[in-house]
Write a protein of this length. Structure first.
Length: 121
């Protein structure tokens, strides 16, 4: 969904609900804005420089401090302020020393480092 689809969708919704109250219109608009916001966030995170970290920016294990190694990409599922689910495909890191794993983050990553919570892609 983009801004134009949002506008045309709301126009169509309004035509289908001519007796909708202001509150009903507001709820419908907020739902559609939350969907658009989630899509924009997914796109921005995917375009982030740290979405696929490089050797120069190798993260350190938050448990033991050792350098992490890439362990393939996985999908991380997060919830926005609007209650929408984001699915972010990110490089996953694993510590060869202690076995800890997480999604590395960095400035502008859009998703903090933390324990993995994967979802099927």
């Amino acid at each position: 969904m983009d801004g134009l689809e949002l506008l045309s969708g709301m126009t169509e919704w309004r035509q289908q609900h001519p007796k909708a109250t202001l509150r009903e219109m507001e709820v419908e608009l907020d739902e559609r804005l939350a969907q658009l916001r989630a899509k924009m966030l997914e796109d921005m995170v995917a375009a982030s420089e740290v979405a696929d970290w490089s050797a120069e920016a190798t993260p350190r294990c938050p448990e033991c401090g050792q350098p992490m190694t890439k362990s393939g990409a996985a999908t991380r599922q997060l919830t926005t302020f609007g209650g929408k689910q984001l699915k972010l495909k990110r490089q996953y890191a694993r510590c060869p020393a202690c076995g800890a794993g997480f999604f590395p983050s960095g400035p502008g990553a859009g998703a903090a480092a933390g324990p993995i919570h994967t979802a099927s892609a």
